[in-house]
Design a protein around this ligand. Structure first.
Ligand code: PMP
Length: 348
């Protein structure tokens, strides 16, 4: 199925062979026109005058051990946003193919498709923000190459039902992408990385930007069939992930205790924040959340947004019709959450 879905010109395409893609160990490197004298700035012993490993072998090996999936099923990118763009470019023919998005959801799927002149088929999630399998199979076209799912979904915060995802994988002649950017915050065991080996057309997106606290280094990855990974490696920019980023990611992955304690604190604060929000007079509804944010419906979201902004507190507005009176609030530190709650409670 994968070979059928990939854009035909990319099957025969000759990728750029970067200097470092053939030989990684040698006595002296005179192949890449780098400066041999070192660099004016340094970072933790990383040789910044040298290009990084184009295939990020060490990082992929480490992620592989952590996730218990083979390294040839992992592709690293400049945030998961880069992986989203590359997946669209790998599978979708501009002005002909389409992607499907399940809305309301993360806006970058649509924007990345628009940039690539790829049609977007918008399908609404059901009233519980779950997949409506009948609606999906009716809406998908023969040109639909990718279906983007997000679990826990941004901005609604809920996990999608796993069985529904697997049903879609079995029924659709398309790649099913499950974006698990927020999965570490989920209460239920939601992640499906180990299912990729059972479903050739399943791709799982992950990131170090959320629970790992590393949004600034821009490191995301996907777990996918080895064929998909090998094509992504061929079409990406030669040195997409930089040396500082991979060094920091490798270092961070040695510190799982930071991850565990952050998740624990954010989950505790999420419960406290949601309970407090529910007791505020301006709040109509707080949606349950398996992520590090909560979707909150207010009587007048616009007024609340303006009032918070005047006090220096920025939350996320929503423009979708279904969510016009909703704001998405990220779970902050205990004192940030206290300030948010007291500011919301004080209506002066
Ligand atoms: N997926 C979802 C659902 C997100 O909310 C975000 C960031 N807001 C991303 C992906 C992008 O993450 P990254 O920083 O890895 O590009």
């Amino acid at each position: 199925m994968i070979e059928n879905l990939i854009r035909s010109h990319l099957k025969a395409f000759q990728p750029y062979a970067s200097a470092r893609s053939e030989v990684q160990q040698a006595q002296i490197f005179l192949d890449a026109n780098e400066l041999p004298l070192g660099s004016p700035v340094t970072f933790d012993g990383v040789p910044l005058n040298r290009y990084p490993d184009p295939f990020q072998c060490e990082l992929r090996k480490k992620l592989s051990a952590r996730l218990d999936v083979p390294a040839d099923m992992i592709f690293t990118g400049v945030g998961s946003d880069e992986v989203i763009d590359l997946l669209i470019r790998l599978f979708c023919e501009p002005a002909r193919d389409s992607i499907a998005v399940l809305e309301p959801t993360y806006g970058v799927y649509r924007v990345a498709a628009n940039v690539n002149a790829v049609e977007v088929i918008s399908i609404e999630l059901d009233e519980n923000f779950q997949l409506d399998l009948v609606r999906i199979s009716k809406s998908i076209k023969s040109t639909t190459k990718l279906v983007f799912l997000c679990s826990p979904n941004n901005p609604t915060g809920n996990l999608l039902r796993r069985e529904d995802v697997f049903t879609l994988c079995k029924e659709l002649h398309a790649i099913v992408i499950v974006d698990e950017a927020y999965i570490e915050f989920a209460d239920a065991l939601g992640d499906i990385t180990n299912e990729v080996e059972r479903h050739d057309n399943l791709v799982v997106l992950r990131t170090l930007s959320k629970a790992w606290g590393l949004a600034g280094i821009r490191l995301g990855y996907c777990i996918a069939h080895p064929r998909v990974v090998s094509y992504l490696l061929r079409i990406k920019a030669p040195y997409n992930v930089n040396a500082v980023t991979s060094h920091m990611a490798l270092d961070a992955l040695e510190k799982p205790e930071f991850l565990a304690s952050s998740i624990c604190l954010i989950k505790r604060e999420r419960t406290r924040l949601i309970t407090a929000l529910k007791n505020l007079p301006d709040v109509v509804h707080v949606y349950p959340s398996d992520a590090n944010f909560a979707l909150v419906e207010f009587k007048d979201a616009h007024a609340v947004y303006e009032r918070l902004a005047r006090k220096g507190i920025i939350v996320r507005r929503r423009s979708e019709q279904r969510l016009t009176n909703c704001l998405r609030v990220t779970v902050g530190t205990p004192s940030e959450n206290d300030l948010l709650i007291t500011t919301l409670a004080d209506r002066t």
